[in-house]
Design a binder for this molecule. Structure first.
Ligand code: ATP
Length: 631
């Protein structure tokens, strides 16, 4: 075997050694995380099943190791090397052959039984970890989710949890039992035969293990490359499918196919390398094992010729060599798979180890909303260090009032909403609800107190009913329908052939923008929170529906604090206070009429809106003219 890898690098160059070391550390960490699933303190049923499975395994192994004795005696009897009378020989031989068959059958039955008994332990561990991972991923910050690719995240979880059952099963049932079996066979070889047989077995086992582990380590790295390529290709496919319409608008089907194909080409090369290296591994293993078999049989043939061994003895040597080879063959596979599982699970545990950016303080109390007064004190915030977005925002939304934030696109309006919901933490200053800093209270209580109707409502690929009821899963059908009526969507739903059971398609794409938004409003109405955050909540509606919805939003806002983020000034004229945000700073503040009197930016925006030709004032969006308005 050449001492270079398929990637052209020597097997054991310095950087590779460092990588191997790091990988081993990761492997041990993964094993430490997984092994408690085999012996959990609080689940005695798992312990019982593990013990029972091990007992069954031991019985199966003892039977397996004993069968060659039966085999030998049967062969000797048939070969006439026994001095017993003929009838006894016939009965004895038949009995031995049947016993041999039974023993083999029993060993298989015990193994299968063990599998059935153990499966629940493995599957339960898989489920627990899968749940833990998905919960953790939900806890990770918006920043993480925006930069991370959903498709590849999904793959990491999928592959990782699959590895769990495998790993548990093989730690318990392969490595340990294999060592036990090899020890028993070695003992028999030395007692029944002589030291040379043992020498052959020990040499091939040592050689085999050394070869297998070394080549497998190298293959694992190739395999990891393949995983990366696989993730990449998968991500490209998902991205182009999510952008289905955009791809069509730009006639980019060919371009997308080419992009995917390039990623797949990488995968193709990596998997070819995996396959050819597997061929090499298998060939090498087979050469070692068969050399061992030939050597042992040569020894046995010599002993038969010298009369030290019967024909049955020869057959028994063959049987034991086969018994050594079988699990060893399996060992190669098991080692490969364990290493692979460790790689896959390592990625998953990396994910689990990823710290959540926004965390609750220890024993954070729940937010107590007494009126819903919101206060921002000198808030500074930037998504990226060198690009400030909010620069010293001060605002107070009195309990039960409505505060509207308007201003040019990109001025940071939605960012204020994200900070209030604590998707991010402020870098300077603070944000308080009824005197409590949002960073000091539990996120669960904060989220429960704020109802958000976002700029772009995204729905679950389920029924309309499910999507509205998402606001409060324990709501009755009547309450769901009342919310739908208030959001002016009930009649539309009733006119659909399947009514509330209509499915909305992925991300809700089977509904129009306005319909989606009304479903979004209905589910927030159902949630019934003391604070409302409306981010362009009526942007996708025609003027009539908008007026209707405005009324229902107004009704919903009664007695609640409402923070409205809007482009269309018509939707905010009634607000108790309007802030004009420009380049992350508050440029103006006041009521609608006060702001008009100031004759500043707001007044210009209002005029601009009224002047727009042929469009009703409520339907127009303000488009900022940055050159003119920068003051
Ligand atoms: P619009 O009216 O167009 O929705 P907005 O005033 O609500 O705009 P924000 O969404 O608050 O604007 O964004 C403010 C600025 O922050 C924008 O320039 C945007 O590019 C930037 N920004 C928003 N989200 C991120 C993010 N996750 N990472 C980096 N920059 C971001």
């Amino acid at each position: 075997m050449a001492n270079t890898s398929a990637t052209g690098k020597p097997f054991n160059s310095k950087p590779d050694q460092a990588k191997i070391h790091a990988e081993r550390q990761r492997g041990w960490r993964t094993l430490r995380r997984v092994s408690p699933f085999l012996w959990p303190d609080d689940q005695p049923w798992v312990k019982r099943r593990v013990v029972l499975s091990l007992a069954l395994l031991l019985i199966a192994k003892l039977i397996i190791v004993g069968t060659p004795f039966l085999y030998k005696n049967a062969v000797d009897a048939i070969a006439g090397e026994s001095s017993d009378p003929g009838w006894l020989l016939a009965v004895g031989t038949t009995g031995l052959v049947i016993a041999f068959g039974m023993a083999r059958l029993m060993s298989v039955l015990f193994e299968e039984l063990r599998n059935v008994i153990f499966s629940r332990v493995g599957q339960r561990a898989l489920r627990v970890l899968a749940r833990e991972t998905i919960s953790h991923v939900h806890r990770l910050s918006l920043r993480y989710h925006i930069s991370r690719k959903t498709g590849s995240l999904n793959r990491v979880i999928e592959r990782g949890v699959k590895g769990v059952d495998f790993l548990l099963r093989f730690i318990l049932f392969n490595i340990g039992p294999l060592i036990l079996e090899l020890l028993l066979i070695s003992l028999i070889l030395i007692v029944v035969f002589d030291i040379w047989y043992l020498a052959v077995v020990v040499s091939i086992v040592t050689l085999y293990v050394a070869f297998t582990t070394r080549v497998t380590e190298w293959r694992v790295r190739i395999r990891r490359e393949m995983n990366d390529q696989d993730k990449d290709a998968n991500q490209k496919a998902i991205d182009s499918l999510l952008n289905f319409e955009t791809v069509k608008y730009f006639g980019a089907e060919q371009r997308e196919a080419d992009r995917y194909d390039r990623a797949m080409a990488g995968y193709e090369t990596a998997s070819l390398r995996t396959i050819s290296s597997l061929g090499m591994l298998n060939a090498g293993q087979s050469a070692i094992l068969n050399t061992g078999l030939v050597l042992a049989l040569l020894l046995a043939a010599r002993d038969v010729m010298s009369g030290e061994l019967t024909v049955g003895g020869f057959v028994m040597v063959n049987a034991y060599m086969m018994q050594v080879m079988m699990p060893l063959n399996y060992l190669g596979y098991v080692y490969r798979e364990i290493r692979q599982s460790l790689v896959d699970m390592g990625e998953m545990f990396d994910l689990l180890g990823q710290p959540a950016e926004i965390t609750d303080k220890p024993d954070a109390p729940d937010l107590q909303v007494t009126g819903g007064r919101i206060q921002l004190d000198n808030v500074h915030f930037s998504y990226e260090p060198d690009r400030p977005i909010l620069q010293g925002i001060n605002l107070t939304l009195e309990a039960g009032q409505t505060l509207a934030i308007v201003g040019p696109s990109g001025s940071g309006k939605s960012t204020i909403g994200r900070l209030l919901f604590r998707f991010y933490d402020v870098q300077q200053g603070c944000l308080k609800i009824d005197g409590q800093d949002v960073r000091d209270v539990s996120q669960d209580s904060l989220h429960a107190s704020i109802g958000v109707v976002p700029q772009d409502t995204v729905l679950f690929n389920d029924t309309i009913y499910y999507n509205i009821a998402y606001g409060r899963p324990d709501a009755s059908r009547e309450e769901v329908e009342t919310a739908a009526k208030a959001a002016r969507i009930h009649d539309f739903i009733n006119d659909l052939p399947n009514g509330y059971d209509t499915t909305v398609g992925e991300r809700g794409l089977k509904l129009s923008g306005g319909e989606k938004q009304r479903v979004g409003i209905a589910r927030t109405l159902l949630k019934n929170p003391p604070i409302l955050l409306l981010d362009e909540a009526t942007s996708a509606l025609d003027s009539q529906t908008e007026r209707d919805i405005q009324e229902s939003l107004k009704a919903m806002g009664q007695g609640r604090s409402v923070l409205t983020i809007a482009h269309r000034l018509s939707t905010v004229v009634d607000a108790d206070q309007i802030l004009v945000l420009q380049q992350g700073k508050i440029a103006e503040r006041g009521t609608h009429s006060e702001l008009l009197q100031q004759a500043g930016l707001y007044a210009q925006m209002w005029q601009h809106q009224l002047d727009a030709p042929g469009v009703s004032s409520s339907a127009i969006r303000y488009t900022p003219d940055r050159n003119r308005d920068n003051d």
